[in-house]
Design a protein around this ligand. Structure first.
Ligand code: ATP
Ligand code: ZN
Length: 295
């Protein structure tokens, strides 16, 4: 294997594929176009190659060093770790996308309304080890039936009393007459890394990539805010700007005591802040995204 190019395993297609690609492209990776059968992509501008695979295979590829790092859901990583506790894979970064939950769900019109009611019952799941760990913690004895997909139909078919599966909006559960009774595991996309030593070249490109990813993540949480306001309101307005310690203040030519205020601000609840700024006398308020920021 090439010791100079970092190899990253990502999901080929599915719910993590777009987020993984977007993140790598935002970090500057330029990739050739791909077809449905592409398994391998060589970045044009950086010593990085992508391995496009099923998400379930990613921890194994990273453990064996077939890939140096991988982007995978915490659910898949946790299940794999419980299966192979000695495996040399470590968690490097939480990525803040592909958020989902693993929940216990049972027929809505049935008697199983809480996890304790599952004693002696059977549950269908694709995550038997995460579920077993939960049952052990709760002191519940139940039988676990592993299914690789379409878990939500198991109760209807009479093959399990309930399920343990990924829930996002709850619409799939609803359509199968199921309701959640416990939220067991929260998941997001992770970067995982092989614990096999990386060559110097690979370690250096990985360090650069991680710095760039941090910049991308940081810039997604902030915005650039510009507004005009009377000089007399400067202190009140600056106080309202979330996370902006030193805004830029510029005189506005021919507008009396009006000034322009520019600042980098936190994106959370920005609508509310904008309303308060307006009430304090701010006008011509502009908010723009920040593409890159390096502190
Ligand atoms: P593959 O063909 O690669 O095996 P899959 O069908 O097993 O794909 P997907 O449904 O594409 O898996 O989900 C991939 C991962 O995305 C999940 O393991 C989970 O971490 C995350 N995920 C699943 N559902 C959602 C959701 N509704 N919203 C956000 N993230 C999700
Ligand atoms: Zn999968």
């Amino acid at each position: 294997m090439d010791t100079q190019r970092l190899r990253i395993a990502i999901q080929k297609s599915g719910r993590m594929a777009e987020g993984s690609n977007e993140l790598l492209q935002a970090a500057g990776l330029r990739l050739p176009s791909r077809s449905k059968t592409t398994l391998f992509q060589r970045a044009r501008n950086l010593p990085i190659d992508l391995l496009l695979v099923r998400d379930d295979d990613i921890p194994h590829f990273v453990a064996t060093g077939v890939a140096d790092i991988g982007i995978v859901g915490e659910n898949v990583y946790a299940e794999w770790q419980l299966d192979a506790p000695e495996a040399p894979v470590s968690l490097v970064r939480r990525l803040g996308f592909s958020f989902c939950r693993l929940c216990l769900a049972t027929p809505k019109d049935g008697p199983l309304r809480s996890p304790k009611d599952l004693e002696g019952k059977s549950l269908a799941t694709s995550y038997p080890l995460i579920l077993q760990r939960y049952f052990d913690e709760q002191g519940i004895n139940a039988s676990i039936m592993q299914m690789s997909g379409s878990v939500e139909v198991a109760p209807k078919l009479g093959i399990a009393d309930g399920i343990f599966d990924i829930v996002s909006s709850g619409a799939t559960l609803e359509a199968n007459g199921l309701g959640t009774i416990a939220d067991v595991f929260h998941s997001e996309a992770l970067i995982i890394q092989t614990e096999k030593a990386l060559s110097e070249d690979k370690a250096s490109i990985l360090a650069r990539l991680l710095t760039r990813i941090e910049c991308v993540q940081a810039s997604r949480q902030i915005k650039y805010l510009m507004l005009n306001a009377p000089q007399s309101k400067l202190a009140a307005i600056t106080n309202l700007l979330p996370g902006a310690d030193a805004p830029t203040v510029l005189p506005l030519q021919g507008k009396g005591d009006m000034v322009a205020i520019h600042a980098v601000v936190q994106d959370a609840d920005l609508w509310e802040t904008l309303e308060k700024l307006k009430a304090e006398g701010a006008s011509s308020i502009l908010v723009t995204p920040i593409e890159k920021m390096m502190a």
